[in-house]
Write a protein that binds this ligand. Structure first.
Ligand code: M6R
Length: 618
């Protein structure tokens, strides 16, 4: 869960590497470093802190103007605290080799002890420094080239990695390898130059041709030559599959917004359309989804659906539970992937497992998928990142097509995941006959109206900002919802805590009286989702209970609401729609609210402390 970047070619390497790190900073941002090779010497700068801190250091360095080979790293610490020494890149004992690494080497301690007996010394606490020294030792022992040494060394390590390694004594190549952590190679075909990065964003303005390594593959990237891809375990050559990137520069820039999170909140109307475009033909009453169509028997005959995910994706999964049970009448269990993988769950070949992940790289979700597959279940992925590990590991799937989500706090990933789940639930309900034809058509028509309703909601931003200014100094907040909107309450609370660091809890509204009610006093803001069709009267009673204990109520209601308006301190109105589709609307003001509170508190909205966009470690 770090970002790595590199360049070998005819251009100045420094700007490519440093700008690449800025684009990859969402992956980790507790320390950063670069190595620049000037044709003779390797120059290293690294520091605890962000890429901007690194830039302050490198601004004074003349090597910025020299050298056509370089690599960089932005870190989310695993082994060793974030400090200057533990930052990457790391040199080998001799100073000839240098490495950047994303992942974890689990058996690093055993290897380290062995290397110490052979005279190696270590400056840092990282597993990465162990790996570069292991490569050096293999190279020495075998008398081989760097590529071979990397290959042999990797057969000895247990864990996950995406690495780039450079040897200053053979300065015409970079070796990259992957197991469990992504790595892409940008191919500047005509110019014989190459880019290396954790995703394609660092090189999008230079080339649209990319090779994504598969697990247990390595590539030897030689200046001016072709890329050679090999299997690490048996050394066999693999055809390097060059793909054309669909990504554009515009998609990965802020586009005039102050933060990526705000841009991504505002992108939701388009993202939802992109998710159902070509799949939902509302006027014809058809939902086409190849991954579901090709496996419809599996879905139809499933004893149950198990949804595995983490964080926001888990919340989308909970909405999925309500959708599948309500529409398609199939039992659903929603599991935290991290719990599921370790608790010896009962899984049978008659289960359909749906794995949800924006990044497609979350380690726990990936492990849960592997477990489910080993028990014979059919596994369906709902991912945003095309070609990600989870997309590849699942039997079939549906992409959310939300476009790159860079803000660490998920927003458009959530609404597009719910869109995909709604389409699958509706499709299955139609196939099983659990939803009448007229209800099916009605849902399609209403779904088609959702993007314009989200657009309308985004226009109440100023009102939400005003509410944010009233509650920004709260120490604790409660979020309540029922039915389809209980998961939205959880998601609202997660959004607030992860970017503003205010403690927040989400609860099913009726559970409040079993404990959280004790917390309520005049200082406690309580966000209640009280849409007109979802157990409205019951939620109104909950609101009354809060009011009589002096809690501050911010209610999300349906346009035209009268009752709640009279009781609540603030109301935010959402356009009317079917109850099952309300999560696509009720979540919007909660996202905006968290965003504004975090900005008012001067927090780093896009890169909240201790977090990273994709969690590729357990
Ligand atoms: O990439 P994934 O959807 O698998 O990520 C899962 C969680 O790490 C992610 O949703 C996390 O909770 C977000 N920071 C929430 O905003």
């Amino acid at each position: 869960m770090c970002g790595i970047t590199g360049y070998i070619g005819h251009r100045k390497a420094y700007p490519i590497v440093i700008n690449g790190l800025k684009r990859l900073e969402y992956r980790g941002y507790d320390s950063a470093g670069v190595m620049m090779f000037d044709g003779d010497q390797m120059h290293l700068s690294k520091t605890k802190g962000k890429v901007s801190d690194l830039e302050e250091i490198t601004n004074k360095e003349t090597y910025r103007q020299e050298g056509n080979i370089g690599m960089g790293h932005t870190r989310w610490a695993t082994h060793g605290v974030p400090n200057d020494i533990n930052s990457h890149p790391h040199f080998s004992e001799s100073g000839d080799l240098v490495i950047v690494h994303n992942g974890i080497i689990e058996n690093y301690d055993t290897i380290k002890k062995e290397l110490i007996t052979r005279g190696y010394t270590f400056q840092s606490d990282t597993d990465t420094e162990v790996l570069v020294n292991l490569i050096e030792e293999v190279k020495k022992q075998e008398g081989c080239k760097l590529g071979k040494a990397v290959q042999i060394a990797l057969t000895q390590v247990i864990g996950a990695y995406a690495i780039a390694v450079f040897d200053k004594t053979k300065p015409n190549e970079i070796i990259v390898a992957r197991l469990g952590s992504p790595i892409a190679i940008g191919v500047g075909k005509d110019l014989g130059e190459f880019f290396v990065a954790s995703d394609a964003s660092p090189f999008i303005e230079f080339t649209k041709d990319a090779i994504y390594l598969e697990d247990e593959e390595m590539a030897i990237i030689k200046l001016g030559k072709e890329v050679k891809v090999r299997k690490i375990m048996d050394d066999s050559l693999v055809d390097a599959n060059i793909q054309e990137l669909q990504l554009s520069l515009e998609q990965i820039e802020k586009g005039g917004y102050d933060h990526f999170m705000l841009k991504e909140i505002h992108e939701q109307p388009k993202a939802i359309i992109d998710t159902y475009r070509g799949r939902m033909l509302a006027d014809e009453g058809i939902i086409k989804m190849a991954g579901v169509d090709d496996n419809i028997e599996k879905f139809m005959n499933a004893d149950r659906i198990i949804i595995v995910a983490c964080g926001t994706s888990w919340h989308a999964g909970l909405v999925g539970e309500y959708l599948f049970e309500d529409m398609a009448r199939v039992p659903v269990e929603v599991e935290y992937a991290s719990e599921f993988r370790y608790r010896n769950p009962i899984i049978t070949p008659k289960d359909v497992v749906i794995a949800i992940s924006q990044s497609g790289e979350t380690a726990d979700t990936l492990a849960a998928i592997k477990l489910a597959k080993s028990k014979g279940a059919f596994v369906f992925g709902v991912c945003n990142v095309v070609g990600s590990s989870i997309a590849r590991e699942t039997h079939a799937g549906a992409y959310t097509h939300a476009g790159p989500e860079i803000g660490v706090a998920s927003t458009k990933a959530f609404t597009t995941q719910i869109t995909v789940l709604s389409l699958i639930a509706l499709k299955l309900a139609k196939a099983k006959g659990t939803l009448s034809n007229s209800a099916f058509h009605m849902y399609l028509q209403k779904m088609q109206l959702i993007p314009s309703k989200v657009e309308k909601l985004l226009q109440i931003d100023n009102k939400v900002k005003e509410i944010a200014s009233v509650y920004k100094d709260a120490k604790n907040c409660l979020y309540l919802g029922r039915g389809f909107n209980f998961p939205v309450a959880l998601e609202g609370a997660l959004k607030l805590k992860e970017i503003s660091y205010i403690h927040a809890e989400g609860y099913p509204a009726a559970e409040m009286k079993h404990g959280p009610i004790a917390l309520i006093d005049e200082n406690m803001p309580i966000f209640v989702i009280a849409t007109n069709k979802g157990h409205y009267e019951k939620v109104v009673s909950n609101i009354q209970e809060i009011k009589s204990r002096s809690g501050k109520i911010i209610a999300i209601v349906t346009e035209g609401d009268v009752t709640v308006k009279e009781i609540a301190d603030h109301v935010i109105e959402i356009p009317d729609t079917e109850e099952a589709l309300t999560p696509l609307l009720t979540t919007i003001p909660l996202q905006l609210l968290s965003y504004h509170i975090a900005v008012m508190l001067d927090k780093n909205v896009d890169q909240p402390r201790n977090l990273a966009k994709s969690v590729t470690v357990e």
